[in-house]
Write a protein that binds this ligand. Structure first.
Ligand code: ADP
Length: 177
């Protein structure tokens, strides 16, 4: 049992999070740098349930998390009902106007659908603790950061898959679970 505990402690958030080294980078939205059509392209090119929103691609500072379904509904509504919203409109998640004038069509502000405090753990957080947080808070996903920069995401399914893999590899953990 001791070995098992030691083993569990050795698995860190960075070992379970996506993307893996060989995967394409995390699909993120920037808080004021993307147009409606760019976001629509990201929605149709991926099937993720949600997207982290960052200050900028360079900084990768986390601003919040937005669910795919909320994005789809809001963009759809805005395109149909909101005056001047077209593919070239900028999407903003900010609570202020951008520092530089955007020009072009009026922007679409989607701050209201942004979860401003998504749960995040650091890359070195032991999975034992992360799993505990998932259980206690009933999370669907959790973000992973390193020195304040967004690094990855862990979903409930990622954890379940990881646990199944561990159970296969380590017969003791089957015995004791
Ligand atoms: P689930 O894990 O329940 O299928 P998703 O469809 O959101 O949930 O995620 C599928 C996989 O993609 C998971 O391994 C997850 O870690 C990863 N993932 C989720 N969101 C993103 C994202 N925005 N960018 C890159 N990978 C993501």
């Amino acid at each position: 049992l001791e070995t098992k505990e030691e083993f569990e402690h050795k698995t860190l958030a960075m070992d379970v999070m996506r993307p893996r080294r060989s995967d394409p980078p995390l699909s993120v939205l920037t808080q004021d740098g993307m147009t409606v059509e760019e976001v629509e392209a990201m929605i149709s090119d991926t099937s993720y349930s949600g997207f982290p929103v960052v200050v900028s691609n360079e900084s990768q500072r986390l601003v919040g998390f937005v669910l795919r379904r909320d994005l789809v509904i809001s963009i759809d509504n805005a395109r149909r009902c909101q005056e001047g919203i077209v593919g070239a409109s900028h999407i903003l998640f900010t609570d202020h106007s951008p520092s530089q004038p955007l020009g072009g069509p009026p922007p679409l502000n989607l701050r209201s659908i942004l979860d401003l405090s998504p749960l995040a753990v650091t890359d070195h957080t032991p999975m034992e603790i992360t799993v505990d947080i998932f259980r206690k808070l009933g999370l669907r996903q959790c973000l992973v950061t390193q020195n304040g920069r967004l690094l990855g995401i862990i979903t409930k399914k990622d954890i379940l898959k990881h646990m199944a893999q561990m159970a296969n590899r380590d017969p003791d953990s089957i015995l004791f679970n």
